[in-house]
Design a binder for this molecule. Sequence first.
Ligand SMILES: Cc1cc2nc3c(=O)[nH]c(=O)nc-3n(C[C@H](O)[C@H](O)[C@H](O)COP(=O)(O)O)c2cc1C
Length: 205
Amino acid sequence: MSLHLLHLDSSILGENSVSRSLSASIVAKLKEAHPAVRLTYRDLTAPIIPHLSGPYLAASQGAPIARDAALEADLALGAAVMEEFLAADTIVLGLGFYNFGVPSQVKTWIDRLSVVGKTFRYTEKGPEGLAGGKRVILAIARGGFYGPGTPAHSFEHAESYLRGIFSFMGITDIEVVLAEGLARGPEARESGIANAQAMIAALAA
Ligand SMILES: Cc1cc2nc3c(=O)[nH]c(=O)nc-3n(C[C@H](O)[C@H](O)[C@H](O)COP(=O)(O)O)c2cc1C
């Protein structure tokens, strides 16, 4: 089966990033199994996706407002981000765990995707996702431990948020590759990365 893969990274740590190396390993595994893969890559740290603005929302909803060059560029970026998301059947997203949640670069990306009529709609029975049928693999790196049963579990707002928003869009096939304890000393870091690599080895290609 040919794959249409969207690979995204969001860590600000460049070559020192664990989530970037994990997302790259996941993509390498998928590419090996699907040589005809169609791959789109987006680094959410550059170009930055700006925060939503009033003029952007108004113009994207067809309001007759004045459009300057900056707004036109923002609209074009939003359209490209949406198009590549909708076109993909598999999405690999690398992210570090920042201040108990997702990096703001991931949030501005989500804000461009969560659009009524595109990825969800409201019905008499409540909201309905329109972006189903995709496989999402999250590669998450975090300094501490936030799993079920840990004292900090209630501070985990990254995986839980992304599971929530993607399921709101109708996506139910969500897998997580997790490296945790990375700031708890060299041994914990090594074993956190080894655990994540084992999760990648166990992923279906
Ligand atoms: C701005 C920032 C905020 C962070 N906040 C947290 C946090 O709240 N909890 C935590 O466990 N680790 C936190 N960390 C540590 C990162 O989750 C850890 O360094 C992880 O490896 C980052 O992913 P990366 O290696 O892909 O950049 C933070 C790191 C940065 C740079």
